[in-house]
Design a protein around this ligand. Structure first.
Ligand SMILES: [Zn+2]
Ligand SMILES: [Zn+2]
Ligand SMILES: [Zn+2]
Length: 334
């Protein structure tokens, strides 16, 4: 089993796992194994080739692990965190570590091998979001977990499987990126007694230059200090720290917002690869009412250069105002 080790300088947890399948490719200095296209284990009719399902939305009367599903959740065959066992928090000299225990699930988003988030029907997009909510609510019953995250990778650059899918991961620690946002939210709140994300939302709605799509409950926009070309955030207008508390009508609004936003991205950027990450608050005693959940979409257009990796300082050649204009199909002067 892998280990979670904490960097004592910046309190960042890292998974060290010598059993990872990507290990082999490291020594050969070659591309990882080819992408899985067809035959595809996620297609309808291949249910027997995947681990047994954990959760499913499908036709009434359907038998488990059979056809007739709309959305299907299975354990990842190559999980970054394993569900079995205790955390066994311990010290090694001055260092902290624990077992890499957690949950790693795959959401097979549609039986349609070639479906993408811009072309799925509204009802299917809602089912995917309902699945995220259901898994988020269920995983928090396991008191070992402090954070549930949803990550969707789309496109050749970021995903091994062509079939539309996403990952749900439950962590026994709060990931550094979320912890940093929480610290920022709390410090802004102390100074202004307001939520920084609610303020951003008001400002972007008022100004409009960086907004990409607005629905009743959500705003998609290019953030002021975008790190990446065409980086997009989707914020709920209602302040809530926890995606798990999303209401039915908000799911419908978010489904529309995601479809429209991804549609614009696919139209503007040919062969787009991107990652979509759900940033939601930690669970139980680690949750903070000041936090404001949201989604971040990061297109993978250029490889992040050594400079960015080494310094944490991003250089973005596309101003977010231009990104928003291009996504909306407006003429730009560039
Ligand atoms: Zn498939
Ligand atoms: Zn807020
Ligand atoms: Zn965030």
């Amino acid at each position: 089993m892998g280990e979670l080790r904490k960097d004592p300088v910046v309190d960042r947890w890292v998974i060290i796992d010598p059993q990872r399948v990507e290990r082999g490719a490291l020594f050969q200095m070659e591309e990882p194994a080819g992408r899985v296209e067809k035959p595809c284990p996620f297609c309808q009719g291949s249910e027997g080739e995947t681990p047994s399902e954990i959760f499913v939305l499908g036709e009434p009367g359907r038998k488990p692990n059979d056809k007739g599903w709309w959305v299907r959740v299975i354990p990842d065959k190559n999980p970054i965190l394993r569900i079995e066992g205790g955390l066994e928090r311990r010290a090694e000299g001055m260092f902290d570590l624990m077992n890499a225990v957690g949950a790693h699930e795959i959401v097979i988003e549609t039986p349609d091998h070639y479906g993408d988030w811009s072309s799925l029907e509204d009802v299917q997009m809602r089912r995917i979001l309902e699945t995220y909510r259901a898994r988020s609510l269920d995983l928090r019953n396991d008191r070992r977990f402090r954070q549930v995250m949803v990550v969707k990778n789309h496109g050749r650059a970021v995903s091994l499987f062509e079939h539309p899918h996403s990952h749900i991961v439950a962590f026994p620690v709060v990931p550094k990126g979320i912890e940093e946002e929480i610290q920022g939210v709390i410090s802004y709140y102390r100074r202004k007694e307001r939520c920084v994300f609610c303020d951003i939302l008001k400002e972007e709605l008022r100004m409009g230059r960086r907004s990409i799509f607005e629905s009743r409950g959500f705003l998609a926009f290019a953030p002021f200090a975008s790190r990446f070309p065409f980086e997009t955030w989707i914020l709920p207008k209602r302040h809530s720290p926890d995606f798990g508390e999303i209401k039915g009508e908000e799911i419908a609004d978010l489904a529309r917002t995601l479809k429209a936003t991804m549609g614009m991205a696919f139209q503007t950027l040919a062969n787009l690869s991107c990652s979509l990450i759900m940033h939601t608050g930690p669970l139980h005693e680690y949750s903070r009412p000041e936090y404001h959940w949201h989604m971040e979409i990061v297109p993978r257009l250029s490889k992040v250069a050594g400079f960015e990796w080494g310094t944490g300082f991003f250089v973005n050649p596309i101003p977010p105002e231009e990104a928003a204009a291009r996504l909306k199909g407006e003429r730009t002067s560039v």
